[in-house]
Design a protein around this ligand. Sequence first.
Ligand SMILES: Nc1ncnc2c1ncn2[C@@H]1O[C@H](COP(=O)(O)OP(=O)(O)OP(=O)(O)O)[C@@H](O)[C@H]1O
Length: 253
Amino acid sequence: MSSKQHEKAAISLRDVCVDFPVFNAATLSLKNRMLQSMTGGSINRGAHGHVTVRGLEGITLDIRAGDRLGLVGHNGSGKSTLLRVLSGIYHPTGGTAEIHGECVSLINISLGIDPEATGRENIRLRTAMMGLPPAESRARMEGVIDFSGLGDFIDMPFRTYSSGMQLRLAFAVSTAIQPQVLVMDEWLSTGDEDFRHRAEARMRSLVDNTEILVLASHTRSLLEATCNRVIWLEHGRIRASGPTQDVLDDYFG
Ligand SMILES: Nc1ncnc2c1ncn2[C@@H]1O[C@H](COP(=O)(O)OP(=O)(O)OP(=O)(O)O)[C@@H](O)[C@H]1O
């Protein structure tokens, strides 16, 4: 266990912007420019004709231990981009992001899986990517294999698994450690009936025990049941921020 784990989790964003360069958007038609007013961030053309999409703009936000923060917003409003900044996957192209606390992101649980490697090798790889030292990774190995329910298939290449088996492994390893900061895009639910029940219990325990939860969702009841504050994003900016019920009434109303 690292000494970092004894510090409380805290996140502080100051005037964060994220710009995406787009290399094959030479001809932006008027139609495209009109669409941008309904969805997505702003499309800009620089001095040399380079096109960028601004995914986030001027985001200032403090998240403290105990916060359960929900993110709402229409398609392209910046929810996934913000989740990626909070997980350290994206660095802001403007402003600053300070993130203290060990973070697990359940945005794309199959990312980084090597299809040629066996299930066991993939557990080793993924736990290393999650920052676990080799001894801790070894100590958790049997627990992850048990949870996955893959039995002898654990020593077969990942590419030979059915899609449900692939998700079982990805879920079992992604949820193997209790993070201080948990970042999710919708509620993760996967597998057949039996696995779904076990996965639900594991998710509930992770969510209950994490210091900070950030959950992007389009489902009002999920946000109401899980979050104590909500941010409404629009065109990459914060349109409203406050107690869950107030923001959801405005957004869904
Ligand atoms: N890799 C990328 N390259 C270029 N533009 C991007 C990239 N990723 C996101 N964007 C742009 O950034 C803006 C925000 O996208 P983002 O995926 O964060 O939205 P979202 O709120 O998660 O949408 P959804 O609800 O549809 O998942 C959009 O305009 C999108 O086009």
